[in-house]
Write a protein that binds this ligand. Structure first.
Ligand SMILES: NC(=O)c1ccc[n+]([C@@H]2O[C@H](COP(=O)([O-])OP(=O)(O)OC[C@H]3O[C@@H](n4cnc5c(N)ncnc54)[C@H](O)[C@@H]3O)[C@@H](O)[C@H]2O)c1
Length: 401
């Protein structure tokens, strides 16, 4: 059984590593330097060990490519390309379209096409299938299925094997073949009644997180205005054994999923005349956190940040990963600079960002912790500046939310 996985990023390479233990995998990516690196057995993704990749290569079960004709003879194609927002914050399916073109142009026999990229309900049926048919000139009839990805990069307790996976095919045969494919490396496969249910479930999972993060971010502001400690209050609420789930405040949400996926849900809701007010507002509350934090820091520092040196500690969007996509650090830095601060950043895991290298963890007037990686000690952070504001809730003794 040969499998092509289109997109060799967080999702695609992770699936490649698991699938590569059972199938012959062709990792297709249009980034040539990623392809070269992968073929040398070097993983660029947390959670995928280079040694595992190398083992698959040595066994002849993994090869990366950016040549379309290399996927011509596969039996299954998995789509794992980005689904970002456009400049006007609308769903942007151009990467999916390009993946459909690669499939349509190169695969002339019937295969199973599984989409793992996150998108709104109807994407598989009304977008992917018609586009592949258009690009292939309707030479063949493929099977189509969806199985939304739930990988959480950097997480060790849940992986592809023990994370339950939803799936649904456009036909019973597509569902059956999808189950057979994943059952080799996933223990808990849950079939739902339609691809649209699987697509919507994925969006709702991340919208649930976005809304709860916004709620706790708003609550952090309320708690501060009341002069009570937000973390102690949350711990107190969390003693209730049912009906409560603890989320913690932050400088905002980051990564490819939480700031993006709810907007896909809101867009499709509004297109269909349904309200998405709650989702839209949650997004705004999370985006506004950066300005609230800078207001607090300014108030604590004599009402002006003009000329102050500010060190941002941790620019990754979450601890222990190098991923800076949609990081809340970006907006915090913007507001600090707008107010005249001289900003640099330190991150032990992210070595370069926007072409700039990580600065030393010392010598600033003000340090602002956005993300605390485990390798950075609280003591070193506290010693880096006379005033430290912590948005992560992990640096005891600092000012914070
Ligand atoms: N990162 C996560 O934790 C996560 C979790 C669940 C779902 N998802 C979803 O999975 C999808 C992929 O996300 P990701 O985090 O793996 O993205 P990524 O940016 O890490 O990787 C995408 C890869 O696809 C490649 N690519 C782009 N267009 C291509 C094309 N036309 N042909 C071949 N390769 C192409 C890029 O070069 C890149 O290597 C998105 O829809 C995302 O929302 C991501």
């Amino acid at each position: 059984m040969k499998v092509a996985i289109i997109g060799q990023g967080y999702v695609g390479l992770t699936i490649s590593a698991y699938a590569g233990e059972h199938y012959e995998v062709c990792g297709f990516d249009n980034n040539l330097s990623v392809v070269h690196q992968l073929n040398k057995g070097i993983s660029h993704i947390e959670g995928v060990k280079s040694s595992d990749l190398q083992n698959c290569i040595n066994a002849g079960r993994y090869r990366a490519t950016n040549t379309g004709s290399d996927i011509a003879d596969v039996d299954i194609v998995v789509i794992a390309v980005p689904t970002p927002l456009s400049k006007d914050r609308k769903p942007d399916l151009t990467f999916i379209d390009a993946a459909c073109k690669t499939i349509g142009d190169n695969i002339k026999k019937s295969v199973l096409v599984i989409n793992e990229s996150t998108s709104f309900p109807g994407t598989l049926r009304n977008y992917i299938k018609p586009r592949i048919e258009k690009y292939s000139g309707l030479v063949v009839e493929h099977l189509y299925a969806i199985s939304p990805e739930r990988v959480d990069p950097g997480r060790e307790d849940y992986n592809q094997k023990n994370t339950p996976r939803l799936y649904a095919g456009l036909t019973p045969e597509a569902s059956k073949r999808t189950r057979e494919f994943y059952s080799k490396f996933c223990d808990n496969l849950i079939e739902v009644s339609s691809p649209e249910v699987a697509e919507a479930a994925k969006l709702f999972e991340n919208t649930f997180r976005q809304v709860n993060i916004a709620l706790v971010n708003e609550f952090a502001q309320i708690a501060h205005s009341l002069g009570i400690n937000v973390y102690e209050t949350l711990d107190a609420a969390n003693t209730k054994p049912y009906g409560f789930m603890k989320f913690t405040p932050s400088a905002g949400v980051g990564g490819h999923c939480i700031p993006v996926d709810p907007t896909y849900l809101a867009a499709v809701a509004e297109e269909n005349g349904a309200p998405a007010t709650f989702i839209r507002r949650a997004n705004e509350v999370n985006l506004e956190m950066s300005e609230y934090i800078v207001d607090r820091i300014q108030a604590d520092n004599g009402g002006s940040l003009q000329g102050k040196s500010v060190l941002i500690v941790g620019v990754a969007y979450k601890p222990n990963v190098a991923d800076v996509r949609e990081t809340a650090a970006e907006l915090v830095i913007k507001h600090l600079r707008d107010r005249g601060a001289v900003v640099s950043w330190h991150d032990e895991v992210v070595s370069t960002w926007h072409g700039v290298s990580s600065a030393p963890l010392s010598g600033a007037d003000i340090a602002v912790v956005i993300t605390k990686h485990d390798v950075v000690s609280e003591q070193d952070i506290l010693a880096s500046a006379p005033y430290v504001f912590d948005t992560s809730g992990k640096v005891a003794g600092a000012k914070g939310l």
